[in-house]
Each structure stands twice: as C-alpha cells, then as structure tokens.
Design a protein around this ligand. Structure first.
Ligand SMILES: Nc1ncnc2c1ncn2[C@@H]1O[C@H](COP(=O)(O)OP(=O)(O)O)[C@@H](O)[C@H]1O
Ligand SMILES: [Mg+2]
Length: 393
C-alpha cells in the first residue's frame, strides 16, 4: 500500500494558498515544520508570516523571538520573499481584544478583575481560542500573502478545532447565564425580577466558591457581556475561514504508534469538519543509507565477520550491525506508515528524515525546508519521499 506524494513545494508556492495550519500530537515537529515551510515559501518569493505557539527555546532565539511581544518580526533570510515570525502571547492577545472592544474605563475594570486574569491565562481552550483570534487578526491585516499557523501542544490535538464551540459553550453555560441574569435584565427592575432565583443560586455558589470570587465573576461577566457577541462571531468567522479552499491543513506525525494514531484521528476529524487537508508530514523517519542489504543478511554477515576475526573485523561487524538495526527500524516505521496508508489511502504523505541533531537555527531549518519541498524522487536511496523503504514488489 503506497500513499500519494504530498507536494509541499507546489502548495507553499501557489498564490491561492493563503493559510497553512500545521497540526498533530505534541513533540512531533509542528513548530519546526511551520517555520521550515515559512522559510521555503519566503525563498519562493512569498511574503509569509509564521504564527508559532510554543517554539523550542533555541529555535525561538535563533529566529529572534526571545521577547514575547505578540507581534510579527521580520527574519533576515537573504531570499527574495519576506519571512516574519511571531510567538503567540495568549494573555496579551486576550487583553488586546478586551481593549479593542470596550471603553478605556471598562477595559481597565476587566483587565484588573481577578477572574479575568485567571481565565485569560489558564482557562482550558484559551490558548486554542487565542490562536484563532490571532489568525483572524493577521488575516484581516492583508499584509502577508501566506500565513502559517502552528497549533498549541494540547492534550488533545483537536482542541484547536473545538475552540469556537468551546467558547460558545462556555459563554452559553447555564452558570454564566444565571450569574449574569441580573446584569442582563438591566436596571433594578430586572434585578428584582430575577433576584429570588439568583439569590438562592448565588448563596449556594457563594458557600462553595466564596463570596469574593462570585462577585468578581459577576462583575467580569457583566463587563464582558457586550463583547461576547463579538468574540463568538469572530471565532466562528475564523473557523469558517479555515474551511475555505485557500486553507491547507498539514498533519504532522512521527513514525510512532501514538503519533500516527493521533494523526489518523485528526485526518478523520478534519474530513468530518469539511476542513481542507493537504496531507501528512511523516517527520523524523530513519531511512537506511542503502536498502541493498537486508537486516537479516547484514546481521548474519556481522556474525560471520566477527567470527572470522582479523584486521578490521570488529569495525566491519559493528557497521553491519548498525545497518541491520537501521533496516529493522526502517521496516518498523514503514509498517506503521503502511497501516496509516491502508486506513487513509487518499491522504498524501511526505517523509522527512530525522536530522542528526535538533533543528534550532536557520541553517537547520533550511535543511528541513529542503527535505519538505525537494523533488519527490531524489532521496538518497531513490525511494519516493512518500515512503521510508522502497515498496516491495
Ligand atoms: N526532522 C527532524 N530531525 C531532528 N529533530 C527534529 C526534526 N523535527 C523536529 N525536531 C526536533 O524535535 C523537537 C520537537 O519539535 P517541535 O517542532 O518543537 O515539535 P512540536 O511543535 O510538534 O511540539 C525539537 O527539539 C526539534 O528540534
Ligand atoms: Mg510546538
């Protein structure tokens, strides 16, 4: 079973491609892939912004992203295009939204509210939602012709898609509605009308949470009430934007059971949501230097050489064993890739071999970019880059 080849070079060059979203399990290379694709697109002459969520420290440093200023910074690449990168500051993004959509006094009130402070920095889903918010902001500026979005290291890789829904659920939650009932009804008459039910409810909650917190929540919600419609509207608009043909989702995985299971689930979910999937990047694969010598034969040869002894025998046997292990690992990885292909025969795949070390500077990113976008046929072993090992005939 072979997967079709994922042509990322064409994807990032195509002027019709406006948004690329890299998603997948934690630690598989989403941030690295996002940055490398950004570099490739800039090298192809496009004006690109990469929105990273949690770049590894050394990568962030080498991209000049040490300060979390929540704004794109230009990165000198020497290429014809333009590469900008930024690191999402979830709290700052939330604050900006509050400031942009209320009066200065109101904004001050909200920003100082302890409940708001807790929500804006730790509410489950806030990071996912703020990534959407930021994407919407970047898109609205019309400054870049390509936006590449990295996704948060969520417990569930699907949280990114759930953000608008979750926010809606949170805002529509019964507790919130009850808490804001007096403020919504407006004025004293409204207060009187609902005060019986609310009073009882709030007394119970007060007992559980403490009066101060309840007061904070009520003030906060009342202050935010007018903004909520806007919040949700924009989340929904961004969600719809993701469904447009100009968007491409790239699912990233490593050739490991957990990562591929997550990738499978993600592929199904994207298709269920009607989101445009470009394909799978199978990152950090371990293709052998040559496939001419099988694992079994290499292991047997290692034994034979070691037994025969003589000058250089130890070294040769060692090299043969390394090759045998590498072939065995590649076979394991290929089996996992094949299983994925069986379940998702139509999903295009691109393999990217593991680099010797971490990918943490522009030079490393360039190597990664080349591995992502180079011609499908010109891998070292002649194996198409949608596979780790040549297909058996
Ligand atoms: N092809 C690769 N070869 C070697 N190391 C890689 C490769 N891709 C990613 N890495 C490394 O793996 C780690 C996790 O990558 P990262 O992009 O931060 O993952 P994620 O964003 O999915 O959590 C980083 O240290 C990165 O340098
Ligand atoms: Mg990351």
């Amino acid at each position: 079973m072979s997967s079709p080849a994922l042509d990322l070079d064409t994807l990032v060059r195509d002027p019709a491609t406006r948004i690329v979203v890299c998603c997948g399990a934690g630690g598989v290379g989403k941030t690295t892939t996002s940055a490398a694709l950004g570099l490739a697109a800039a090298a192809a002459g496009r004006s690109v912004v990469v929105l990273t969520i949690d770049p590894a420290k050394r990568l962030a440093q080498s991209l000049g992203l040490e300060e979390l200023d929540n704004e794109p910074r230009r990165i000198e690449t020497g290429g014809p295009g333009e590469l900008h990168a930024m690191m999402l500051d979830m709290k700052r993004t939330f604050d900006d939204v509050v400031v942009a959509h209320s009066t200065p006094e109101r904004a001050e009130q909200v920003l100082a509210n302890p409940f708001y402070q807790a929500l804006s920095s730790s509410f489950g889903g806030t990071q996912e939602y703020m990534a959407m918010e930021k994407l919407g902001q970047l898109r609205a500026r019309e400054t870049w012709d390509l936006i590449i979005v990295d996704t948060p290291p969520s417990r569930s890789a699907l949280d990114f898609l759930d953000a608008p829904d979750r926010l809606a659920r949170f805002l529509d939650g019964t507790m919130i509605r009850l808490l804001t009932a007096p403020a919504r009804a407006g004025g004293r008459a409204g207060l009187r009308m609902v005060s019986a039910g609310f009073g009882l409810f709030s007394r119970i909650i007060s007992k559980i949470l403490g009066g101060q917190l309840l007061g904070d929540i009520a003030t906060f919600i009342a202050a935010l009430d007018s903004m909520f419609g806007g919040f949700r509207e924009r989340a929904t608009a961004t969600y719809e934007l993701l469904k447009q043909p100009g968007t491409a989702f790239v699912v990233v995985a490593t050739p490991e059971p957990d990562a591929l299971r997550e990738a499978s689930y993600f592929v199904d979910r994207l298709s269920a949501e009607g989101m445009p999937l470009a394909g799978l990047v199978l990152n950090r694969t371990h293709p052998p230097a040559t496939t001419a010598l099988s694992a079994t034969r290499a292991a047997a040869a290692a034994e034979a050489v070691a037994e025969a002894g003589g000058k250089g025998a130890k070294l040769a046997a060692g090299a043969l064993r390394v090759h045998a292990e590498r072939m065995a690992q590649a076979s394991r990885e290929q089996r996992l890739a094949d299983r994925f292909a069986q379940a998702h025969g139509d999903v295009a795949v691109r393999t990217v071999p593991a680099a010797a070390g971490d990918v943490h500077d522009l030079a490393d990113l360039e190597v990664m970019a080349a591995a992502l976008t180079a011609d499908d046929a010109d891998s070292g072993t002649g194996t198409p880059r949608s596979r780790i090992l040549p297909a058996r005939r």
